[in-house]
Design a protein around this ligand. Structure first.
Ligand code: EPU
Length: 433
């Protein structure tokens, strides 16, 4: 009989997080840089790759397409993309992750054709790709959407000016990936400025590309025909760092978060200081501690350098135990509030109106069984469990493992009482009378 494995995290709340933790390579940079290696005409070595399931899935996709992947050590791999002979990405694997949309840009760049399933990923309302397609069209491509697949082709890719109607990470990345192999110069206006956009540009430039302005809202890409091999190290994960910062503040702890770029954390640091935590910045680490109470605040999520939407659910947990009424205004995604029902199970008082969450701080949270509804919502439940009185079970942890390397080990090293248990459930069989 088939058995479903329902792994869970069990968290015994109440321990302050104290000690040091090292942040892994950035998920959202890795899932752009790994497919970008397909554009290389030689072998690429990529270091500081996080061991998370989104990365494993992306490597699996490239392997299925024919790339030779050699693991050098836990966080370093070499990719030889030369054996890839297909412009069709494997349907089932691609459907599982949002970043697989980047295969559109790289396959279009390399083969002038890409057949890729409509991407999956965490669901926070509609996740359109109209801006990606607008960019490809401006470069001279045409496309068809049929049977859940996008088929994009171009006889020739020609650089052009593209103004994005919304500031979008995915479309900025995808247009860069195709434009790097176009003839002439492409200008992306109203481009996203996230640290992983800069990291991708640096990676492509290290292979001989000519990309300027990444990190500003205007990126210029001068196309080139040959990209040579490179050795490149991915930046630290801004959101993983922010997650440990919030966890330290929420538990009244004292944590040195190492291997970070403090500049990337400024918006998070500002909000943590506003609610009463202390944040000390060093060259490549930050120390977050809290001894006093937590104050309310207002948070509006925005594209970088604003407060990151991917820190919204974690911040909601912190504000749930802050005194007074806090507000979170989610301005990036239509519906990032699926976690609210789960957080209410732990005693949080939150109401949602459109894109606003109004949080009345409570004295404490109380443990309950909850589930991860997406990656950041899931890690927010872990932070809530660390603060709550009693034992919290977090289910659907596959979401959390998409983006956090060694999360149990890292939290335990800080004194958290957390374990990962494998639960095997036998589905109930209807009685035949
Ligand atoms: N949008 C459009 N049209 C498009 C593309 C986007 O209208 O063609 C809209 C979206 O609906 C959304 C906004 O633009 O309202 C921003 O979307 P964006 O394209 O920036 O998001 P994404 O590229 O799909 C990445 C991250 C997300 C993160 C967002 C915003 C990756 C793999 N994913 O998604 O990260 O929330 O940017 O910063 O980089 C996560 O790591 O947990 C995660 C979900």
């Amino acid at each position: 009989m088939e058995r479903a494995v329902l792994d869970k995290f069990i968290v015994h709340g109440g321990n302050r997080l104290v000690g040091e933790v090292s942040v892994s390579g950035a998920k959202n940079a890795a899932v752009a840089i790994i497919p970008a290696a397909v554009l290389c005409d030689e072998v690429c070595r990529i270091e500081n790759i996080p061991q998370i399931t989104d990365v494993a899935d992306m490597l699996h996709i490239l392997q299925e397409m024919g790339a030779k992947i050699r693991r050098i050590n836990r966080s370093t791999i070499e990719i030889d993309p030369r054996p890839i002979q297909t412009y069709v990405a494997p349907y089932e694997l691609v459907r599982r992750m949002r970043a697989s949309s980047y295969l559109m840009g790289v396959l279009l760049g390399r083969f002038h054709r890409a057949v890729v399933a409509m991407p999956g990923g965490c669901y926070f309302g509609v996740r359109p790709i109209d801006q990606h397609l607008k960019g490809f069209s401006a470069l001279g491509a045409t496309y068809n959407l049929e049977g859940g697949m996008v088929d994009i082709s171009a006889e020739k890719l020609q650089g052009n000016s593209i103004y994005l109607d919304v500031v979008s990470v995915g479309s900025t990345v995808n247009i860069m990936l195709a434009a790097v192999k176009a003839e002439g110069t492409t200008i992306i206006e109203n481009a996203a400025r996230e640290p992983h956009i800069v990291d991708l540009a640096n990676f492509l430039n290290s292979m001989g590309a000519d990309i300027r302005g990444a990190g500003t809202d205007e990126i210029k890409i001068r196309g080139c025909s040959y990209l040579h091999g490179t050795s490149y190290s991915i930046i630290p994960d801004q959101i993983e760092a922010g997650t440990y910062m919030v966890a330290a503040a929420a538990t009244g702890g004292d944590v040195l978060i190492k291997n970070v770029i403090p500049k990337h954390l400024e918006a998070i640091t500002a909000k943590l200081e506003e609610v009463g935590a202390s944040v000390e910045e060093y060259d490549d680490s930050v120390r977050v501690s809290r001894t006093g109470g937590l104050n309310k605040c207002t948070v509006k999520t925005m594209a970088h350098p604003g407060f990151p939407t991917d820190m919204h659910p974690q911040m909601a947990v912190l504000l749930s135990i802050a005194s007074g009424t806090s507000i979170i205004n989610e301005s990036v995604w239509d519906n990032r509030f699926q976690y609210v029902d789960e957080l209410r199970r732990l005693g949080a008082q939150i109401s949602v109106d459109g894109r606003l969450a109004v949080i009345e701080g409570v004295d404490h949270l109380t443990a309950a069984p909850v589930k991860a509804t997406d990656l950041r919502a899931g890690v927010a439940m872990l932070i809530a469990g660390l603060c709550a009185r009693g034992t919290t079970q977090v289910e659907e942890i596959q979401y959390i493992e998409r983006g956090y390397e060694d999360i149990v080990e890292k939290l335990r090293s800080l004194g958290a009482d957390i374990e990962r248990v494998s639960v095997t459930e036998v589905p109930s069989v209807p009685k035949v009378i």
